[in-house]
Design a protein around this ligand. Structure first.
Ligand SMILES: NC(=O)C1=CN([C@@H]2O[C@H](COP(=O)(O)OP(=O)(O)OC[C@H]3O[C@@H](n4cnc5c(N)ncnc54)[C@H](OP(=O)(O)O)[C@@H]3O)[C@@H](O)[C@H]2O)C=CC1
Ligand SMILES: O=CC(=O)O
Length: 323
């Protein structure tokens, strides 16, 4: 990969090795607008030809301030922060990081399932707060995970990796909903594609692994929660805005939902005022689906490779081609 040096704007910090790869080929400005560098970010936009980063909304008005932009390389698989139509209209390439985070994110989702079912965080706090003064009683018992029916909304890379853990590791029948027909041959009869309402009605645990799109925004509403089995558990490891959070709270407080475990929220970081934060039936994580040392490094490496290829006029490994 060689060619003229171009202007690269890094809008979320990169590990040293990946930053060095970019600096060897291009002129690089590092300015994370979410970490006090908004002015430097804005100043670099007019000359930027390549952007690399994540967790920042890049919409039409922002793109209008970046007239030379050729490529955005997102350090994420989800692309809901980008105005894809506006990028396409300008011919700007959008790259992302599918695959390298699949197994780690599926691990996180399964950890959320375990945490909610076996009340792990609540009982850890019970010990930490000095309440373990006698054997616990039935009021603190959990709920078995093995053998329960798992419903998965969105049966792509992460959904299928989650299904493997559930079906092969925990003997859980899997029901899944996906817009296009999709099969998981390795799971045989252990996993079945059914309509959305049937996943909700028949599953003991419902997990979301959908992308956030115009179709999925707010999909989990009051009606969806009302269809779920009494005593069901709800897990979201995808995007917060797929869920109507007030409807979730109502289902926990006035409906029959047993518990929820959430890695993602409509507003992140989760505001201190959010009732989800201290709700006794909710386990909250700070969007850590892919947050291991190994996986975040792999994501940074893939995003860097994508950006370098695109700026050199070559085909990047992972261009986002969806709607
Ligand atoms: N918590 C975290 O830290 C992380 C969260 N994520 C989130 O997980 C999402 C999924 O990632 P990944 O599995 O790699 O993506 P994939 O594209 O592989 O999977 C998404 C699946 O959802 C299906 N789908 C899309 N729209 C709909 C719809 N309206 N109704 C039903 N099914 C639909 C897709 O089907 P089709 O292709 O046929 O449209 C696809 O099978 C990401 O978009 C991201 O938002 C990802 C990583 C980490
Ligand atoms: O949320 C994380 C992602 O990669 O998307």
């Amino acid at each position: 990969m060689s060619g003229p040096r171009k202007q690269v704007l890094v809008f979320r910090e990169l590990p040293p090795a990946q930053l060095a790869r970019l600096q060897a080929a291009h002129d690089v400005t590092v300015a994370n607008p979410r970490a006090g560098r908004q002015d430097a970010f804005e100043a670099a936009l007019p000359r930027a030809q390549g952007l690399i980063g994540s967790s920042y909304r890049i919409d039409g008005p922002l793109l209008a301030r970046a007239p030379r932009l050729e490529v955005i390389s997102s350090i994420s698989v989800g692309v809901d922060n980008y105005d894809v139509a506006a990028l396409r209209a300008r011919g700007i390439v959008l790259c992302h990081t599918p695959g390298v985070l699949t197994q780690t994110t599926a691990d996180t989702l399964f950890a959320l399932i375990m945490a909610a079912s076996r009340r792990l965080v609540e009982l850890s706090n019970h010990v930490r707060d000095g309440h373990w003064t006698a054997n616990i009683g039935e009021d603190l018992f959990g709920w078995d995970v093995h053998g329960k029916t798992l419903g998965i909304l969105g049966f792509g890379r992460i959904g299928q990796a989650l299904a493997q853990r559930a079906a092969l590791g925990f003997g859980m029948p899997v029901l899944y909903h996906n817009d296009a027909p999709v099969q998981a041959p390795a799971l045989g009869a252990r996993a079945r594609q059914v309509a959305l309402a049937d996943v909700l009605r028949q599953s003991d645990i419902v997990a979301v692994t959908l992308p956030l799109t115009a179709q999925t925004r707010g999909l989990l509403d009051a009606r969806a929660f009302s269809l779920m089995k009494p005593g069901a558990i709800f897990v979201n490891g995808a995007r917060g805005a797929i869920v109507q959070e007030q409807a979730l709270l109502d289902a926990l407080d006035h409906g029959t939902l047993r518990a929820a475990a959430l890695d993602v929220f409509a507003t992140e970081p989760l505001p201190l005022s959010s009732p989800l934060r201290r709700h006794p039936k909710v386990t909250c994580l700070p969007h850590i689906g892919s947050a291991t040392h190994e996986t975040r490094l792999a994501m940074a490496e893939l995003a860097t490779t994508n950006l370098l290829a695109a700026l050199a006029g070559e085909q990047p490994q992972a261009v986002y081609t969806g709607g």
